[in-house]
Design a protein around this ligand. Structure first.
Ligand code: 7PM
Length: 272
């Protein structure tokens, strides 16, 4: 079960989280969703396509990205949250800033997706009093430099130890277990070998907590297929299905309609 603000998901099938970028520098969308109006329309189209959750991000966490101020992030994101509040999907906000979390929660956001796993001072306190769902993600380093020389002794052991520790901290802060999902953070301070090892170990992560997987259009798929970012749809669908087969609870994707169709086929034809 996943308690996520206004919605309680049973997790009897993988949920599809559609990505709504409000950043002008988003690599995957080439800035197409610049501005609240465009982002709202895009979000509505993803709901129409079958998204269970919309993940709205106003601060780019991409490798090499520059930091965004609290004020800029709020200006980008709040109008989009307001415009999508009653869209029919749960609303997630992709942020690492406690001030942004608080403002979004007071607007009724259902979930906080934090690539820093609530390590920012004040982040735990900002979410503890609410009933929002939370995604705790692993990242090595900071977005600006994380892809420089990622190194691990044992990537699966280290990432799972980190996520267990953050889960414990959240539980001790009074956050109910049913509100928490974990995420190995594909591409966040990991090379291809690390990403593949983590993916193949998804079964271990799902034993810790419901697991979110975000690999849509990522460079790991580019490295495996030789495709540029605009040509990674088939690879993204295949990766989403592989994640679902390994027990992922939530699939974070750009191409919602295609992923929903693929999951429908797998639910019937892929039965053991
Ligand atoms: C450039 C590189 C732009 C990477 C955007 C990205 C995840 C996430 C992102 C993820 C969770 C993207 C990423 N990825 N949040 N936010 N898990 N929880 O492809 O894998 O959208 S940003």
């Amino acid at each position: 079960m996943f308690r996520c603000g206004r919605t309680v998901f049973s997790l009897d099938r993988p949920l599809v989280m559609g990505i709504v970028n409000v950043t002008p520098d988003s690599f995957s969308d080439g800035g197409r969703h610049l501005g609240p109006h465009q982002a709202i329309l895009h979000g509505l189209s993803l709901v129409e396509a079958g998204a269970d959750i919309l993940d709205i991000g106003g601060e780019s966490t991409r490798p090499g990205a520059a930091a965004v101020s609290v004020q800029d992030e709020l200006e980008r994101v709040l109008p989009v949250l307001e415009g999508l509040r009653d869209c029919g999907a749960a609303l997630s906000l992709d942020t690492m800033k406690p001030e942004v979390m608080r403002a979004a929660l007071s607007l009724g956001v259902d979930m906080i997706n934090d690539v820093r796993a609530l390590q920012a001072p004040g982040a735990l306190e900002a979410v503890a009093e609410s009933d929002c769902g939370l995604c705790l993600m692993h990242m090595q380093g900071v977005p600006r430099a994380m892809q420089c020389q990622p190194r691990y002794q044992d990537v699966v052991a280290q990432v799972s130890a980190f996520l267990r520790a953050r889960l414990d901290v959240a539980l001790r802060a009074g956050i109910a277990r049913e509100r928490l999902v974990i995420d190995p953070g594909f591409g966040f301070g990991k090379n291809l070998e690390h990403n593949v090892a983590l993916f193949q170990a998804l079964g271990q992560f799902t034993q810790i907590a419901p697991t979110l997987v975000g690999v849509s259009r990522k460079s790991m798929l580019g490295l495996m297929t030789g495709r540029e970012v605009g040509e990674r749809l088939a690879a993204s669908i295949a990766a989403a299905l592989a994640a679902a087969q390994r027990g992922a609870a939530i699939l974070r994707v750009h191409d919602v309609g295609e992923t929903v169709d693929a999951l429908k086929i797998m639910a019937i034809l892929g039965k053991p």
